[in-house]
Design a binder for this molecule. Structure first.
Ligand SMILES: Cc1ncc(COP(=O)(O)O)c(C=O)c1O
Length: 407
């Protein structure tokens, strides 16, 4: 069992030095670091198990296929989905949403129908819908948030009353605000109007366990690299009866039953949506990655420390003169986006880097949201379960020093 004390031993990268200082990695919302269980698994897969899946009769292919499918079972269990076929592998959240913007729109939308997103979306939950709108004549509407970063449920209810709305595509947790959206309540509101719901879980899966059955979401997307797995692998969960109706997004090998020059019969779920050779080792390594994530979510010590960090950093940021935090509503994960009067975000991030503290700065792929607050960039510090309270204290101290150098 992983304890708060020894968790960092699982992450070799955390013992690195930056400019002679111990690395304090606070860019976890961009990508998380990988534990040894995942690093070792990936290496041993390459050394001992590498083959293509589903196609050959030789033993090595059988081993690779079993490991690949065990990745699917791990995701099914992690999301509490009913069927393994409801788990589709993509290259990431972005690819999952693009798949939806093609296949869902083709199956369920006509010209003039509406897809609703929220004001707090990452570009990957904005741009694919705008592209679909240009392609198909659907409309994209934006549901507003309150100033504190919470979703305006009354407005959302009103917007979803429009009979033309076919899908609400909304983030679980915004990568800027860190505020947790009440997914179960949102799904109920949408379903009352006959609207399906896609949740962008890129940040959500990392900080709150989701049961797709309990919340009754229709679709849920996430990326492996934000939850201890390698880059280049992602998931789209979808209810079987909906995925069954949707046409494939891409054509090619492995997604077919029979092919003639005249016509193709597609393979059943989930392969219908997995054309070509996938990132097999990364799929398989979702199993150790999600096992690691489950151990942490089940551990009260980690949950308490996350709460402690949220309280400590919020309190400390609030006393800095001229500093404004974006996203103050609760519940909130330890992700802090802020601006400081008279100080450029990039300058702060660069000075912090020299002090060994890695934070993100800029528009963090959420330009419309950040612009709506009246800013052109932010500083973002996002914590993972392997970050300590002591690191949070060093971050705050370093931030004070950086500001005093710049003002
Ligand atoms: C909320 C949210 N959605 C979507 C994405 C896109 O994820 P990916 O780049 O892994 O496809 C991110 C990545 O930062 C995110 O934070």
């Amino acid at each position: 069992m992983i304890s708060v004390e020894n968790i960092r031993d699982n992450f070799p990268i955390l013992s690195q030095k930056v400019y002679g200082k111990s690395l304090i990695y606070l860019d976890n919302a961009a990508t998380s670091q990988r534990p040894l269980s995942v690093i070792d698994f990936q290496e041993s897969f390459s050394r001992e198990c590498n083959a293509n899946v589903h196609r050959a009769v030789h033993s090595l292919s059988g081993i690779a296929t079993d490991l690949y499918e065990s990745g699917r079972e791990a995701v099914r269990s992690f999301l509490d989905a009913e069927y393994k076929e409801e788990i589709i592998f993509t290259s990431g959240t972005t690819a999952s949403i693009n798949l939806m913007a093609h296949s869902f729109v083709e199956a369920f939308c006509a010209r003039g129908d509406v897809i609703v997103i929220s004001q707090a979306e990452h570009h990957s939950n904005i741009v694919p819908w705008q592209m679909a709108a240009l392609r198909t004549g659907i409309e994209v509407k934006v549901a507003p948030i309150n100033r504190d970063g919470s979703i305006d449920l009354e407005e959302l209810r009103e917007i979803l009353k429009d009979k033309r709305v076919k899908l609400l595509s909304i983030t679980h947790i915004s990568n800027v605000l860190g505020v947790v959206n009440p997914i179960q309540e949102i799904v109920k509101i949408a379903h009352n109007q006959g609207v399906k719901v896609l949740v962008d879980g890129a940040q959500g899966v990392v900080h709150s366990l989701i049961s797709v059955r309990e919340t009754d979401v229709d679709f849920y997307a996430f990326s492996g690299h934000k939850i201890y797995a390698p880059t280049g692998i992602g998931v789209l969960y979808g209810k079987r009866e909906l995925l069954d109706i949707m046409p494939p997004f891409m054509g090619g090998g492995d997604m077919v039953d029979t092919v003639t020059f005249e016509k193709t019969i597609y393979a059943p779920l989930p392969l219908k949506f997995e054309a070509g050779t996938q990132n097999i080792a990364a799929v398989a390594s979702l199993k150790p990655a999600l096992e690691f994530a489950m151990q942490i979510s089940d551990n009260d010590e980690f949950v308490n420390r996350e709460r402690q960090i949220v309280e400590y950093v919020t309190k400390e940021l609030n006393v800095i003169e001229g500093l404004t935090i974006l996203g103050t509503a609760t519940p909130k994960i330890p992700l802090f986006s802020f601006v400081i009067d008279g100080v450029h975000h990039e300058d702060v991030a660069q000075i912090l880097d020299k002090m060994g503290v890695a934070v993100r700065s800029g528009l963090v792929c959420a330009e419309p949201l950040i612009n709506s607050y009246g800013y052109t960039g932010i500083i973002r510090a996002s914590f993972a379960p392997y970050n300590t309270l002591e690191e949070a204290q060093i971050f705050i101290k370093s931030l004070h020093r950086a500001i005093s150098m710049l003002k």
